[in-house]
Ligand binder design. Structure first.
Ligand SMILES: *Cc1c(COP(=O)(O)O)cnc(C)c1O
Length: 458
């Protein structure tokens, strides 16, 4: 029987659905030895899980059962200690548990009027991060979906600021705007440039793999005031290399060019005292990003985007429409106005809860663990015949080769490792050479786990 309110009313049936779902959430949170799992093919999933969308519904029991027994096992558990590819995610139990609350509370995180409480809590986290990065009191921002949107939003704000300045001086736009970055910059910077229809100029790094101020100065000489921003990377995705931000900041400050720090993966390492000096210069940035879903132990998806001058970013990003006037006419802090988005989940709240619960010292220790483990396993790799490091690890990424293996042999080994549920380590490449890469995020990834994987390399 169809009743319009059946899905919403507190009937015994809806209460049973909520109970079942929360029971499953609790079970999954408390799994001992999370399975790594692996994907199924489209054909297998059609066979096992088709026909779920029907006119009358298949019922919660069947749908949830299908999720638990078929769909979830066909997804890698990104929090498995053997998940070492790309940049893993290892959310804390407090963070994943509280993510459920973000949905259960039906809060909206786009405006102060609607979500003052969650916006306030998110801002507490952003302010704390800004302080760790050495940014001034007035710095602020918003949690967006990921580093890709974070970089794009920051660059849009940077170009808008450059454009406004030129207009104020009575000058037209350059024929082509230019963003300067390192040749090692993340693909999302090139993608942002393409979306914005601007040119991305990739400057060669030094022998140390880092972008330096003198190379940036040369690029600025060449492209003049068509350059609206310089992007420095605070921990490259492939190697975890931190650009020479201090020397780059000297150059951008002297020339009045916006400095953006892409720290999606690595900037979290600034929380660790002994690593902080590597990031000198971040305090002079106009904008920075760091992904809590990478090394700040929050669930997907969350990128903290922080501006030195949020008011300027607001000018670039605020959407104006009659139905929004009540929000945009006031002086309230509306997260929607600081990036490319309008509606938004309060995606900073799981991090807020976990950080408030455990305290910053716990975060520092968990991040430092990954850095120390990377160092330790790098030494072991260097010591093993047949294996060699491609580069010394700076943060928690270790890139190495198995001498004499072809790309096909790496691939076959990697598939076998996943099949045997030991680990998820996909081959990568560097300068045309196939290589292996451990990206260590989870504090549950042990030295013994990494040794177990190395032992399979023959
Ligand atoms: C991961 C990463 C990005 C992209 O972030 P997403 O959250 O995956 O969109 C950008 N820059 C760097 C350096 C990264 O490591």
């Amino acid at each position: 029987m169809i009743d319009p309110a059946r899905m919403h009313a507190l009937s015994p049936a809806t209460i049973a659905i909520v109970d079942d779902v929360l029971d499953y959430a609790r079970r999954r949170e408390l799994y001992e030895g999370v399975p790594l799992d692996k994907p199924l093919t489209q054909r297998e999933l059609v066979r096992l899980a088709s026909g779920t969308i029907t006119e009358s519904g298949i019922g919660a029991r069947r749908a949830a059962g299908l999720f638990e027994n078929v769909l979830a096992p066909a997804c890698l558990s990104t929090d498995h200690p053997g998940y070492l590819s790309f940049i893993p995610s290892a959310p804390s139990k407090a963070a994943t548990a509280f993510d459920v609350i973000v949905s259960a509370s039906s809060v909206y995180g786009g405006s102060w009027q609607e979500g003052a409480g969650v916006v306030y809590a998110e801002n507490e986290v952003l302010r704390w991060l800004a302080g760790e990065f050495g940014l001034p009191e007035g710095a602020g921002g918003v949690f967006v979906q990921g580093g890709t949107i974070g970089n794009l939003s920051a660059l849009v704000a940077a170009r808008d600021a450059a454009r406004r300045r030129r207009r104020a001086e009575g000058r037209a736009d350059p024929t082509r705007w230019v963003v300067v970055c390192s040749a090692e910059a993340h693909s999302s910077v090139g993608s942002a440039a393409s979306i914005m229809d601007v040119d991305a100029v990739g400057v060669a790094t030094g022998r140390d793999g880092r972008l330096h101020g003198d190379a940036v100065a040369t690029a600025l000489d060449e492209h003049g005031d068509a350059v609206f921003a310089v992007v420095a990377t605070g921990g490259t995705t492939n190697f975890g290399i931190v650009d020479d931000i201090a020397s780059i900041a000297e150059v951008t400050s002297a020339r009045g060019v916006w400095l953006h720090i892409d720290g999606a993966y690595g900037l979290a390492a600034m929380l660790v005292e002994k690593v902080r000096p590597v990031f000198a210069g971040v305090e002079r940035a106009d904008s920075v990003i760091v992904d809590p879903h990478k090394w700040l132990f929050a669930p997907f998806d969350a990128c903290a985007l922080i501006y030195r001058d949020p008011a300027g970013a607001r000018l670039a990003h605020t959407q104006h429409a009659e139905y929004l006037d009540t929000l945009t006419d006031g002086a309230d802090w509306n997260p929607s106005d600081l990036a490319i988005q309008l509606p938004r989940r309060a995606r900073g709240i799981p991090l807020w809860f976990s950080l408030a619960t455990h305290g910053a010292a716990q975060y520092r220790a968990a991040i430092e663990y990954g850095i120390d483990l990377a160092r330790r396993i790098a030494d072991e790799i260097q010591a093993r015949p047949g294996l060699s490091l491609v580069r010394d690890p700076q943060l928690s990424v270790v890139v190495f080769r198995r001498e004499g293996w072809s790309a096909a042999e790496y691939k076959a080994w990697s598939d076998r490792l996943l099949d045997e549920q030991i680990g998820f380590v996909v081959p990568s490449s560097h300068a045309g050479e196939p290589v292996l890469r451990f990206a260590i995020i989870s504090p549950l990834t042990t030295y013994e786990k990494l040794i177990e994987i190395l032992d399979t390399l023959g």
